[in-house]
Design a protein around this ligand. Structure first.
Ligand SMILES: [Zn+2]
Length: 414
C-alpha cells in the first residue's frame, strides 16, 4: 500500500534482467492494468469522442490539463460539479498534469517566440528578436499570460496543488519547471534545485489539502523527474524526490518522468530513473505515443503514458496502422472501400470504409474527427495492452521484434 486511502500499486510480472514490468494501479475510481496508455482529454473531453466510447475502446483512465481547466471553466466550477470525473461523465480513474508545461510553453507562446536559429546553440535566452517573453519563472513560481485573453496569472506549487485538488483527479503531478534541451548545463542544475524545492512545497500543500478535504476520495501525488539528458542530474532528482516527506510524513505516491529528452536517449533516461526509484511506486512517462518509444519506455520501466497525438493527428487525417502512419485524405483512397485497418476491432473499422473517411475529410464534416480519433485511440490503447499481455505471457521480446518489424517496414496500406 502506497499513500493513504485507496491508492496502491502492485507489480505483477517483471521482464528478465530489465526494469520493465506489468502491474496494477488501484485508485478510488478503479484499477489500471499497466503498462497502460492514458488518452488525453485536455479540457475535460477527448475531442470529438463520447466518454462511453472511450470506455468501449478500452481506455482505463483519462488525463486532463490543469492549466486549461483553471482558465476555463475554472477549477472551482469543476470542484462544485463533484470533480473532473463527474463533471465529464467519466466514472473511471483520472489524471491531471500540473499545468507547469503549459504555463511555460503553450500559455506563453513559447514555440512562437522561440528564436529558431538558436536551435543548435545552448543558451538560456532564446527568445526571438522583437518578441515578448510571456512567462517569467522565479524561485517562487511562474507569472504568465493566458493564451485565451492575455490576462495575467501566477502559478506557484501551492496554486497548482489547489487547482488539482479542486479538479479532484485520482493522480496529480507536482508543479515543476520545464527546461528545454537548449538550456545550458548550469541552468539545468539551477532548475533542478528549484523543482526539488517546489516538490517539497507541493507535498506540504497536498498534505494540508488532503486533511482539509476529507469529503473527497484520496488523490495520489506524483513527483516529476527532470534533469534533461544528464545522468547525474536525473539520478540526483530521483533520489532527492524520493527522500522528501511532508510534515505529516507523506511522500510521493509515484513519479512522472518529464522534461527535455531526445528520442534516442529515451530508454537510457527511463532506465536511470528506474534504477533509482522504488519498485513499488508507478512511473508515468509524459507525452509519448509512437510504438518504438512505447516499447523502449516499457522495457526500461515506465508503467503509464499519456499523449495527445493519437487524437490530434486524427483530426488532421493521419491514421495509425500496424505498418505505420498514412493520410486518409490523399486521393488514392477516393475509391478504396476497405476498412482503415482489416485487423482493427474498433467501431470505425467495423462499419466504415477508407473512401467514406476520405470523403468526410474532403467535405470538412466533423464526423471525420470522431471516426478517426476512435481508431487512433483504439490503436494506441491496444498497442500498449498487447505489450502488457506479452510481458505477462513471457513473450515480450518476440512481440517487440514482430511489432516494430512491421512498423519500421513502413508499408502503408495499398
Ligand atoms: Zn480501427
Amino acid at each position: 500500500m502506497v499513500g493513504p486511502g485507496s491508492f496502491s500499486f502492485a507489480v505483477r510480472k517483471r521482464l528478465e534482467a530489465r526494469h520493465g514490468r506489468s502491474g496494477v494501479i488501484s485508485t478510488p475510481h478503479g484499477d489500471i492494468a499497466t503498462p497502460a496508455f492514458i488518452p488525453v482529454g485536455t479540457k475535460a473531453t477527448v475531442k470529438a469522442v463520447l466518454p462511453e466510447t472511450m470506455k468501449e475502446i478500452g481506455a482505463q483512465a483519462l488525463l486532463a490539463n490543469a492549466y486549461h481547466l483553471y482558465l476555463q471553466p475554472g477549477s472551482d466550477i469543476v470542484d462544485e460539479a463533484g470533480g473532473l470525473g463527474k463533471f465529464m461523465n467519466w466514472p473511471g480513474p483520472t489524471f491531471t498534469d500540473s499545468g507547469g508545461f503549459q504555463v511555460m510553453s503553450l500559455g506563453v507562446g513559447f514555440k512562437k517566440v522561440l528564436a529558431m536559429e538558436a536551435v543548435d546553440v545552448r543558451s538560456d535566452d532564446v527568445i526571438a528578436k522583437g518578441k515578448e517573453r510571456l512567462a517569467t519563472v522565479d524561485d517562487d513560481g511562474v507569472t504568465f499570460r493566458s493564451h485565451l485573453d492575455g490576462s495575467k496569472h501566477r502559478f506557484t506549487p501551492e496554486v497548482s496543488m489547489g487547482i488539482q485538488h479542486q479538479l479532484g483527479a485520482d493522480i496529480m503531478f507536482a508543479f515543476d519547471e520545464l527546461t528545454t534541451l537548449l538550456n545550458t548545463r548550469g541552468y539545468q542544475e539551477k532548475s533542478l534545485q528549484r523543482t526539488h524545492e517546489w516538490a517539497q512545497r507541493c507535498l506540504d500543500e497536498h498534505e494540508r489539502l488532503t486533511a482539509a478535504r476529507t469529503h473527497r476520495p484520496y488523490q495520489a501525488l506524483f513527483g516529476v523527474i527532470q534533469g534533461a539528458q544528464y545522468e547525474d542530474l536525473r539520478r540526483k532528482a530521483c533520489r532527492g524526490l524520493e527522500s522528501l516527506r511532508g510534515s505529516a510524513g507523506t511522500g510521493f505516491d509515484g513519479y512522472g518522468i518529464g522534461g527535455a529528452l531526445e528520442k534516442h536517449n529515451l530508454g537510457t533516461i527511463v532506465g536511470w530513473c528506474s534504477d533509482e526509484l522504488p519498485e513499488d511506486k508507478p512511473r508515468h512517462m509524459l507525452g509519448i505515443s509512437e510504438p518504438e518509444d512505447i516499447f523502449t519506455a516499457v522495457e526500461n520501466g515506465a508503467d503509464t503514458f499519456d499523449c495527445v497525438n493519437p487524437s490530434r493527428v486524427a483530426r488532421n487525417a493521419a491514421i495509425y496502422v500496424a505498418e505505420g502512419r498514412f493520410n486518409i485524405n490523399t486521393s488514392r483512397f477516393r475509391r478504396d472501400f476497405t476498412p482503415i485497418d482489416e485487423t482493427c476491432d474498433c467501431y470505425t473499422c467495423a462499419n466504415y470504409t477508407r473512401a467514406y473517411l476520405h470523403h468526410l475529410f474532403k467535405a470538412k464534416e466533423i464526423l471525420a474527427a470522431t471516426l478517426c480519433t476512435i481508431h487512433n485511440e483504439r490503436y494506441t490503447i491496444r498497442l500498449v495492452d498487447r505489450i502488457r499481455e506479452s510481458i505477462e505471457g513471457g513473450y515480450f521480446d518476440e512481440h517487440k521484434a514482430e511489432t516494430l518489424g512491421r512498423w519500421k517496414g513502413r508499408v502503408p496500406a495499398p
